[in-house]
Write a protein that binds this ligand. Structure first.
Ligand code: CMP
Length: 223
């Protein structure tokens, strides 16, 4: 696939005219990151925007004791690294490849030119940032208002909504789920077993399916 095709597959850029996409593609560089490599370090100065063409990355905060909190998992078509470019502050979090990942990198100057020349991209960016803020709000609410079962249920619904509403396509281990909801792997494993016994979800190998969305939504405090 050409870089222009990759650019047009990113929701943020999908409405660009052909010549605009070609111009943007010319300004980007392709880079590959092996699984577990750190793409961005928290507190580093920011000089580029990244777009995920293939693979999966996690946005994480790492405590002094080494514990990780996953703020978000991003996949194909998602972008990251925009915050430092917009507010000139250092990187707000680490971004780490969860699998071998192929990214497009757009330098600060080219990103800024792109926003100035194409207001549609700026509007799309605002929409994406609003969506992220909503998710962050939900997460804060969940941490304060829900127990671990509720938080797991809410995360599973969120992940299923990225696909058809019942199948979770992302490969998430119990350890990853624990880091996403602020719990331990053991507690998440126990909770998942409980949800399977209650016939709300099924787990076959690494694939998770929601069987009873109504019940899971109730547990997640969404109805
Ligand atoms: P920046 O601060 O430049 O570098 C880290 C990036 O992680 C940040 O830009 C965002 O792109 C991304 N990021 C930070 N917090 C979140 C979040 N809560 N959800 C999704 N992405 C995030």
């Amino acid at each position: 696939m050409s870089i222009t095709d990759s650019v047009l597959q990113v929701p943020l850029f999908s409405h660009l005219e052909g010549h605009e996409a070609v111009r943007l593609a010319e300004a980007t560089r392709e880079r590959n990151y092996p699984k577990n490599s750190v793409i961005l370090f928290e507190d580093d100065p920011g000089d580029a925007l990244f777009i995920v063409v293939k693979g999966q990355v996690k946005v994480v905060l790492i405590g002094e004791d080494g514990r990780e909190v996953i703020l978000s998992v991003l996949g194909q078509g998602d972008f990251f690294g925009e915050m430092s470019l917009l507010d000139d502050e250092p990187r707000s979090a680490h971004v780490i490849a969860m699998e071998d990942s192929e990214l497009l990198v757009l330098r600060r100057d080219d990103f800024q030119r792109c926003l100035e020349e194409t207001p549609r991209i700026a509007l799309g960016l605002l929409r994406a940032l609003s969506r992220r803020l909503r998710r962050a709000d939900d997460k804060i609410g969940g941490l304060v208002l829900l127990d671990v079962t509720g938080r797991v249920a809410r995360l599973l619904i969120e992940l299923a909504d990225e696909a058809d509403g019942s199948t979770i396509l992302r490969k998430v281990t119990h350890h990853t789920i624990a880091q996403m909801i602020g719990s331990s792997r053991e507690t998440v494993s126990r909770t998942m077993r409980d949800l399977v016994e209650r016939n709300t979800i099924s787990v076959e190998g690494k694939s998770i399916t929601i069987l009873n969305r109504g019940e899971l939504s109730k547990i997640a405090g969404l109805t």
